[in-house]
Structures are given as C-alpha cells and as structure tokens.
Design a protein around this ligand. Structure first.
Ligand code: SAJ
Length: 434
C-alpha cells in the first residue's frame, strides 16, 4: 500500500497540495516545486492567489521571491483557491489565539474538511500548523476519516512543525533538523521520505502528539528564557548595574545562555504557542503563565520608565524607531512595539513612528512617517523599540540636527552609546542604571 506512495515520492512523481501560502506554506510549496514535485498551492485569500500569480509576494522574506519565481518558471507550481486531488496534502494554515488565550483551530479544521472529499487511498496528509497536543489524532483524523478510509491503513497522517526563524526561513527550512510525528510508523516513514527531498538537517521520527508537544516546548522554553532576561533587566536598574554586561559575563559559564531583554515578546509564535500548553491544564502550568505575564507586562514597564524620565507623558513628543515585532522583518503581529506605542498614546503622548519595513499600520495611520526627519522633528525623546540593522549605525549627527531635546531610550541595547553621548544625548538603556 505505502510502497506505491514511497515510490512516487522517491521519483518525484507525487503531486503535493499545500494549503495556506503564508510565511511557512509559501516557502514550503516553492521548496518542493524547485525540488521536482508538481505542487498546487492553495489559499482561501484570493488576494494572495492574485498577488502570487501576478509574480509578486504577499509577504516579505529574504530570497523568497527568487525561489517562488523559480518554482513558477519550472512549471511545477500552480496557485489557486480550490483543493484538488493529490498524493500529499500539507496543511500550513494559521492557528491564531482567541481572546480567552485558546487555540483557534477553525482554519486547520476547515483545511482538513477541504481535503476530505479529495482524499484517496495511499494519500499522505501532514499538519504543519502549530497546534495544541492531540490535535492531529483527536481533531484532524476524525475529519479525514469521515469516509470509508481508515487513517494509518488506507491513508497516512502525520504532524511535522516548521521551526524556521522568520528572516532566515529558506536557509533554516533546509538546514534545521525536522521532526515527523506519524499516527503510525508508516505515516512517519512516508513523511520522512517526503521532507528528505530537500531537508538536509536530521529528520527525527516520533508519534504525532509528541511532535506537537516538541514544537510547543521549543517556543515555550524560549518565552520563559526571554522572561527571565526581562526580569533581570528590571533588577539591573534596581541594583544600579549594566545588565547587558552582567548577562554577557554570566553567559561565559559553559552551561548558561541568558537571552536578551527587550520591550516585550511579539510575533505569532513565541507569544502565542505557550498558551496552547496552558489552555487545557492551567493548574499544571503556573511557570508558563507567569513567564507570559512578565513578557506581556514589559511594554508597560518601558512606558513607566519613560514617564519617570520625562516627568510624565501627557503632551510629550516621542519619536519611536521601529514598530515590527523584531528586527529586520515587516511583521507587526503581536508586536510589543505596538503595545508600547498604544500605551504612550493612551497616556497622552504625541507619538510619531518610523519603521523602514512598514509603510502602513491600521490604527496608527498619521503617526507613521516614511522618513526619519519627519518622525524626529520636534521630538522631546527618541525611543528605539526594534533593533533593525539600519538603526545600529545610524548617522547620529544627522539625527541630532533634527531634534532639540537630546534624550534617547534604547530598549534593545544596540545604539553606540559613545557616539550618541558625543552629540549631547542623554542615553537611557533598558536594564542599565549607572
Ligand atoms: N526576543 C527577545 N529577546 C531575545 C529573543 C527574542 O526579546 O533574546 C523577542 C523578539 O524581539 C520577538 C520575540 O521575542 O519580539 C520572538 O522573537 P524570536 O526571534 O525568538 O521568535 P520568532 O517568533 O521569530 O521565531 C520563533 C523561533 N523559535 C525558536 O527560536 C525556539 C522559530 O524557530 C520558530 O519556527 C518560530 O518561533 C515559530 O514559527 O514557531
């Protein structure tokens, strides 16, 4: 039974349908297409389909346009809205979080329902979307078995999370190790065969629920580590040290790896995934919840520190550098910078924003400027919230010519303090009190 599919995969004759053409689905579809498979990319958003078929990209990711164009040019990638029969179906749709901090599986279940009528014997279905443990076996499997086909025998089902870093997706898709969790051994083996067509990292097989747990553990581990770094930043100010120096020294210990403090934790992964472990068992997850609370309160900590420094925020003109959730991406989902900005505005500050990666954000319209001079003119304080590469060695003399007041608050510890002080700036840094 599965030998037929294994052979099709080995010979690159298997047709692959990727559902969801976002940060993960689109690079994945392009990767399979440029590695010889016939790939159908499907997205329910007609604008995404239209943008792609017009030769453009609905998202920014270094190198992605080249790979997608190569995929189209090879004739191996077609993109539309309707799911068609295929040998392999990959679900890479979003799993957003609800107000109640629970996983919204609507996109995942809807994708599974669009596969079910097209499901045939010998097919392989892979869920990539980050999901609470047991989603594959308790949610996806019953939807797909809503026919006379039995999972694990007539068709195969596995979970395989992406673990790529936005901004380095194409490299990490190939280099990173990958986990394939099958509902049975054959499903895992088929998944391993499929991804080994382009993955050069180690491919580890396990069961579906363990693979779902692995993904969530990775991001939860990171969230907790960032939370302790943020708590250390508050202690650094309290005890009057430079916490960045302390972290750098502590990390010289062979078994210590403290991450960087910042204005909070954003993105649709690290700030979201830990809740997928909490939602069913809050009593078992006090530490995970506490870390989320520390990270979610960091934007307010930043605002309070600024209020203290400026003697209040009402009417104060603040120029913020950066609005995305992290450096060198255009993504503002769950961005702590946005939380800081909204908090400042709610406290009566006049905020202007400059981010080289963002041209428009709903709700902050007129505050967003497309140039530094417009953002900085008249500012009483400069607030750096995102460590975009181009902010690190910014022309400080030019900056100084735009502002009267010389106060800059660096929440990422990336500004060259001596250069700013040489231009008369009072440099505040998160986690530092001299
Ligand atoms: N951040 C800090 N301090 C740090 C590191 C990050 O404040 O030392 C902040 C960032 O500014 C950002 C947030 O945390 O707001 C998340 O940034 P990130 O780079 O840690 O995470 P993502 O969401 O871009 O990517 C993560 C990665 N997971 C891990 O590193 C364990 C990536 O490998 C995952 O594939 C991705 O989540 C995902 O899709 O799950």
């Amino acid at each position: 039974m599965s030998e037929t599919l294994i052979k099709k995969i080995k010979n690159r004759n298997a047709k692959i349908c990727v559902l969801g053409l976002g940060y993960i689905g689109l690079p994945t579809a392009a990767m399979f297409a440029t590695n010889g498979f016939q790939v159908q990319g499907v997205d329910i958003d007609q604008d995404v389909v239209h943008t792609l078929n017009n030769g453009d990209l609905p998202i920014q990711e270094p190198g992605l346009k080249t790979v997608v164009q190569a995929a189209y040019k090879s004739g191996n990638l077609c993109v539309d809205c309707q799911v068609e029969p295929a040998d392999v179906f990959i679900i890479a749709v979003p799993t957003p979080i609800t107000e109640e901090k629970k996983a919204n599986l609507d996109y995942v279940t809807s994708a599974a329902r669009s596969i079910q009528p097209n499901l045939e014997r010998n097919n392989l279905v892979i869920l990539e979307s980050t999901s609470p443990p047991r989603t594959t076996v308790d949610v996806i499997k019953p939807i797909l078995e809503d026919s006379d086909l039995t999972a694990g025998e007539d068709f195969f089902l596995a979970y395989s999370p992406e673990r790529v870093l936005p901004g380095k997706i194409l490299k990490e898709l190939v280099d990173n190790s990958r986990v394939i969790g099958g509902i049975n051994q054959t499903s895992a083996e088929l998944g391993k065969e499929l991804y080994s067509s382009f993955v050069e990292g180690e491919i580890v097989m396990t069961d579906a629920t363990t693979a779902e747990m692995v993904k969530l553990m990775e991001n939860t581990y990171r969230d907790i580590n960032i939370a302790i770094a943020n708590e250390f930043s508050r202690l650094g100010e309290y005890f009057g040290i430079n916490i960045w120096e302390a972290i750098e020294i502590a990390n010289r210990h062979p078994r210590v790896d403290i991450l960087n403090p910042g204005p909070g934790v954003g993105g649709h992964c690290i700030s979201v995934d830990p809740w997928f472990l909490v939602e069913n068992v809050p009593d078992l997850t006090p530490l995970i919840q506490q870390a989320r609370e520390v990270n979610d309160s960091q934007p307010e900590y930043i605002v309070n520190k600024l209020a203290e420094e400026l003697g209040g925020l009402k009417g104060k003109k603040i120029a913020t550098l950066g609005i995305t959730y992290k450096a060198d991406v255009d993504d503002i989902r769950e961005s702590p910078a946005l939380d800081v900005i909204n908090n400042l505005v709610n406290k009566g500050a006049e905020v202007k924003i400059y981010d080289p990666y963002v041209q428009h954000v709903d709700g902050v319209g007129e505050k967003l400027h497309d140039n530094l001079k417009g953002t900085l003119s008249g500012a009483e304080c400069i607030l750096l919230l995102v460590d975009h590469e181009q902010f690190k060695d910014i022309d400080v003399q030019r900056i100084a010519s735009f502002v009267e007041e010389r106060i800059v608050f660096d929440t990422r510890h990336v500004l060259q303090r001596d250069k700013w002080e040489a231009e008369g700036f009072n440099v505040l840094t998160l986690g530092v009190r001299d």
